[in-house]
Structures are given as C-alpha cells and as structure tokens.
Design a protein around this ligand. Structure first.
Ligand SMILES: Nc1ncnc2c1ncn2[C@@H]1O[C@H](COP(=O)(O)OP(=O)(O)OP(=O)(O)O)[C@@H](O)[C@H]1O
Ligand SMILES: [Mg+2]
Length: 373
C-alpha cells in the first residue's frame, strides 16, 4: 500500500519509525526538506499542506492518507475521499476539530461535557460577556502550543483577548489535566489507551512532564473513558484521536479539546505499552487487527525543550548521564537548530513505582539541557 502523511514534524517521524515494521510505501508532504520526517520516508514531496493543489496532487495516487497536524487543506482531502482515497481521520472530523468554534459546538450538540461557551468576533464583544468571567479565550483557527489561548480572569485582562472569531469558555477549576488516546478502525471497533496525566509547573504554567497511567479514582476513570468513546463514536470516523480533558475539584469531567491524530501525550506508548499509538494507526490504515494498549510499566515523558537564551546549532548537555539511567529512552527529533521553547525531543522513563518515576523525571528534566554553539 502507498500511504501518505501530511506534515513532516516529529509526530510524523515517530509514525514513520513504526511503519518500518510493515510492508508499506510511505510518502510525506511538507515544505521544509530538512524536517524531522524528511529522511525516514520512502518518498518526500516538498509542498504546502494548506494548499489545495499540493494536497490533491500528493494524494491522488495514494491508497490512504493521514495527518500529523490539523492545519491542512480539508477541501482537497474531501475531494480525494470522494475519489476513493481512504482518509484517516475523515475530512469531516478534521473540519469539526480544526476550528475551536465548530469543535465546541459539536460537543454541545452531542452531549459531550465541555465547559459552557459563547462565540466572540472582536475584543469589544467581550464587554457583553463580563458576567461570563473568569473565562478562557481561544482563537477559532490558527492557535497552536497554547499561543491561541488567553485566560481572562476579569475586565483588566480584556486587552489580552483576540480580535478574530473565537470561543470564550468558562474557566474550569482544574484538579487534573489528562489526555486519552482512542483508536477506531474502519469496522467501528475501538481501543483505548490508558489516560496520561499532565504535570504542570504552576509557577511557569509550563507542561513539566507527563505520567501514564494517570492516577485517578476508578469511578472517575469510567466516566473519562465513556466520554472519550462517546466523542469518537460521534465523530464517526476511523483513525486515532487524543482527547484532552479536565477533572475539576468535584471530580467532574470536561473535554478541553480533541486532536484527530497521533499526539504528544502518547509518546511513551513506544516503549511503555504493548502497542504504541503509532503502531496502532498503521494497523488501522493497513486493515490489521487493533493492538493491545495495556501498559508494560508506568511511564513518564519529559520534553526536551530549547533552553531560554540559546539559538543556533543544537548541543545536548547532560545527554550521557541521561543515557546511563536505567529504562530511560531518549528521542531526538533531528532538528539541527534550537531556539527557546522549541520541542527538540523527549525522554521516556519507565518504573513500576510512581515515586521513583517522578523523581527520575525531575532529575532528567534538570540534567538534560538544549543549548547552542
Ligand atoms: N476552560 C478552561 N479552564 C481552565 N483552563 C483552561 C481551559 N481551557 C484551556 N485551559 C488551559 O490552557 C491550556 C491550553 O489550552 P488548549 O489545550 O485549548 O490550547 P492549545 O492551543 O491547543 O494548546 P496545546 O497545543 O498546548 O494543547 C490547557 O492545557 C489548560 O491548562
Ligand atoms: Mg491542548
């Protein structure tokens, strides 16, 4: 089979690593010929994933196509689907998710718990919704890595609001932030990975590390899994979906957002689960049985992020020490240059004991630094 991936970032790279176990001819469309995926696929095509013609030409001779980022040309994917190319996930699902306004409306229409919201078109619009505060303002399209999100606690924060079409949603008092990956094949069979928990550094509001399986009471877990399955069934599309959720102070569950693709919250599944999220997506696209999502050991993911104050050719400080750690698996994404905040890689650590796991994750976080020469 000939299968294409739109986007050539690290998610595509890890997807391609998993493809090497199967008989599949891989294609990548991406503008940057030195992107993390460029040298791992069989066929690299330089082009713009948001451009109709580029996506259509790329896809028209393929058997199936998937995405590693959702800002793609959905019109072209729809045309390809109508001409018989299999698209994972369906363009209809990408279209709903791609815009935070249609995504929130979808949750509302399908009885998926997600915090109450209003739609705003301009900064001034927020003046009509002061009673809605504290809230979170999210730009409809074009936001990524938290850049399209502003917390509006009170009227003094209003200048942080977006002037484009956006969602203003009630701020949830978060106890835990989790993510769950759900896989669905063409027959509608589903498999669900154990939830991952995001450990956030409250001082910096940065994602510090993730652990999986998340430590949540069984009763809450039932709700979390039921909501995630209901959501994916409502999207009624095969593929892999990462559902980000909040658990609030009363143990109520709220969907934050969904990613219709392999996800950073599932990196650890490469080593820590019998079937990884990447392997799972190939199984779906190649029409093989779904894999076993069970964890082998609890795991933590530490992101390797470009250090503040360093830009240029990347140098990894502390790498040897991390590589000496038992059950620590280093993944560098093949990006030659670093800049502050750039995701350069991750480390997965596995340990049966959660306290040791947390301790090791913190140690790795403080040891491994991306600088530049
Ligand atoms: N309704 C909410 N109440 C409280 N906090 C929120 C709410 N919505 C978002 N946040 C916080 O803001 C973060 C980023 O929001 P969101 O996931 O929607 O944005 P994003 O741009 O997709 O970011 P990322 O790419 O990091 O996932 C969340 O992980 C959460 O910590
Ligand atoms: Mg998010």
């Amino acid at each position: 089979m000939k299968i294409g991936i739109l986007g050539g970032g690290q998610l595509g790279r890890m997807l391609l690593q998993a493809a090497a176990n199967y008989t599949v001819d891989t294609y990548v469309l991406e503008n940057d010929p030195n992107c993390p995926s460029a040298h791992l696929c069989h066929n690299f095509i330089k082009g713009d994933i948001t451009d109709f013609d580029a996506v259509y030409q790329f896809g028209k001779n393929l058997d199936a196509i998937t995405i590693e980022i959702e800002s793609v040309n959905v019109d072209a994917l729809e045309k390809l689907q109508s001409e018989g190319v299999k698209v994972y996930p369906h363009p209809s699902a990408i279209r709903i998710i791609k815009n935070k306004i249609t995504q929130k409306q979808f949750y509302k229409d399908n009885g998926i718990p997600s915090s109450e919201f209003v739609i705003t078109e301009s900064k001034e619009d927020l003046l009509n919704h002061l009673s809605f505060l504290p809230a979170v303002h999210k730009i409809g399209e074009g936001g990524y890595d938290g850049k399209g999100v502003q917390i509006i606690n009170n009227e003094f924060d209003l200048d942080k609001a977006f002037s484009a079409a956006s969602v203003l949603e009630k701020k949830v008092t978060i106890k835990k932030e989790i993510a769950l990956i759900v896989a669905m094949n063409d027959k509608g069979e589903t498999a669900i990975f154990p939830a991952s928990e995001m450990m956030v550094n409250p001082a910096l509001n940065l994602l510090d590390y993730q652990i999986s399986p998340a430590l949540i009471p069984e009763k809450v877990l039932w709700v979390v899994e039921a909501v995630a399955i209901k959501l994916v069934k409502a999207l009624s599309s095969p593929g892999l979906f990462a559902v980000e959720m909040f658990i609030d102070q009363n143990d109520e569950v709220w969907v934050n957002e969904t990613a219709p693709r392999v996800h950073n919250s599932g990196h650890h599944t490469i080593e820590a689960n019998y079937c990884s999220q990447y392997d799972m997506l190939w199984r779906i696209m190649l029409q093989y049985p779904l894999g076993n999502t069970e964890p082998i050991l609890p795991a933590a993911i530490v992101n390797i992020i470009g250090e503040e104050g360093f830009s240029g050719n990347a140098v990894y400080e502390g790498l040897e020490e991390v590589l000496k750690t038992d059950n620590a698996f280093v993944h560098l994404y093949g990006k030659l240059t670093t800049k502050p905040g750039r995701k350069m890689g991750h480390v997965t650590i596995m340990h049966k004991d959660y306290q040791d796991l947390t301790h090791k994750a913190n140690k790795i976080k403080n040891t491994l630094k991306v600088k530049a020469n």
